[in-house]
Design a protein around this ligand. Structure first.
Ligand SMILES: [Cu+2]
Length: 126
């Protein structure tokens, strides 16, 4: 019995450690940008978070938004989803709906106080 519990616990811990959260760090125009999730992204609704830094200090007065999209494919139209972030407890938080699994491209835009718009491009696998 103890052995079985141990095996179940090991499986649980392994699964937990391998959970595929998103963590993508980039740099643009002197800003450090971190895009991440706290859970494995799924097809459907997901919370995404962004943190911005300039010279190691956190930027909390930017406007952050994202567009995720999947190009047209045989038998499938172009799909996209747009979201605006809200700053909550020092993190820009947004809800993204992926209408299906697969590779989604994104354009993450942030507008800083100087009215400059900066764009980060990348992709996320669902
Ligand atoms: Cu698709």
């Amino acid at each position: 019995m103890k052995k079985i519990i141990f095996i179940i616990l090991s499986l649980f811990v392994t699964t937990f450690l391998n959970a595929d959260v998103v963590k993508q760090n980039g740099e643009k125009d002197g800003y450090k940008v971190s895009l991440y999730t706290k859970n494995t992204p799924i097809s459907g609704n997901n919370e995404f978070f962004v943190k911005l830094f300039q010279n190691d200090s956190k930027i909390e007065d930017a406007k952050v938004k994202i567009k995720v999209f999947m190009p047209e494919m045989p038998g499938m139209p172009y799909m996209d989803y747009k979201a605006k972030a809200k700053l909550i407890n020092g993190e820009y938080k947004m809800m993204i709906n992926f209408s299906m699994g697969g590779t989604w491209q994104y354009h993450l835009k942030f507008k800083t106080i100087d009215k400059e718009v900066h764009t980060i491009r990348g992709s996320i696998n669902i």
